[in-house]
Design a protein around this ligand. Sequence first.
Ligand code: ATP
Length: 367
Amino acid sequence: MATLTLDNLSKHFGTVRAVDGISFEAKDGEFICILGPSGCGKSTALRMIAGFEEPTGGDIRIDGESMTHRPPNRRPTAMVFQKYTLWPHMTVFDNIAFGLKLRGLSRNEIKETVLNGMDLVSLAGYESRFPSQLSGGQQQRIALARALVLEPKILLLDEPFSSLDALLRVRLREELRRIQRRLGITTIFVTHDQEEALSLADRIAVMNIGKIEQIDEPSTIYAYPKTLFAADFIGAMNLIQATVINGEADVLGINLSVEDEMPEGEKVQIGIRPEDFAIVPAGAATSATALWTAQVDQIMDMGHYRKVLVQVSTAKAEPLKVYANKTIQLSEGDTLQIAPLRYLVYSEGQPPIEIQQHIQTELLTLN
Ligand code: ATP
């Protein structure tokens, strides 16, 4: 049981600020995902926590004690890497036992701990196999067991499932979460996969160009992404440029309330999630005062819902992404009306403003 504190942590490689002053505290037993695109610095941050990379500045503390200048083997951390890093010439048993031997445990203690570890990752009975006789998923489970038997205070995982196929990735994700909850181990998990982060994390730290843009619970990040980067990176979001005129934003030819005293001419971005549109059949009466007339460009059937691209008639802009449920009649080429039920207004240097509209419509078929 442990807390991890990163205090203004940085790593520069020459002029590259791979990690640029990040701070957060992982609470006891918390599962934090560091989520960001390739090159944003997430692996470097994790490697500094493990001790494989010397920070340029800042401090790493575990339970209040500075780890910043300790070598990796003197930190209470264990790391699982993206590529299965099992030793090919050793059996599964010996792979897991390796770190325990270094710690000077007795033969009996080692045996008991290794077998417990294998049980934990549901691979009891595989101890005399060699890594080449295991599937990718099984190898990654062994790598996890090898880390867990060391009873680290902090478990670190660097994209551990990214080389596995999609189904297996989901299964292992669920298994990791179950084990992590059971052990109550404070965990930092690095990924570029938003779905993985949304489904695993207690909190997600969204990272971009060396900085953390937002750290919040998944539902908060999704509902209220604080920056345009977070809005664009997590989930699908329609982002539309607009200008404030007479206290309202002119968005693709309709006026949307910005509910704030924004200066005339201010450039803003309006963010609308695809599931946040009311779809109003052409000609149906509605209380919505601001709605677009649009043409259905493309319909993608996703099984339980449909992704629809619609082109707003008055605009040359990109088509809007709208999610529609299956009960609504739609065909490519149809004309319909859409109105945002909820949107976020982003203006330079300000937290976004959330606006909701309540719309009543005859024959309204909502998502
Ligand atoms: P990926 O998901 O592709 O692994 P990442 O978010 O983990 O990316 P890092 O590997 O942490 O990113 O790299 C962050 C930045 O630091 C990149 O621009 C990278 O090129 C640079 N970088 C990382 N390691 C070194 C190094 N040893 N020397 C020089 N630059 C480095």
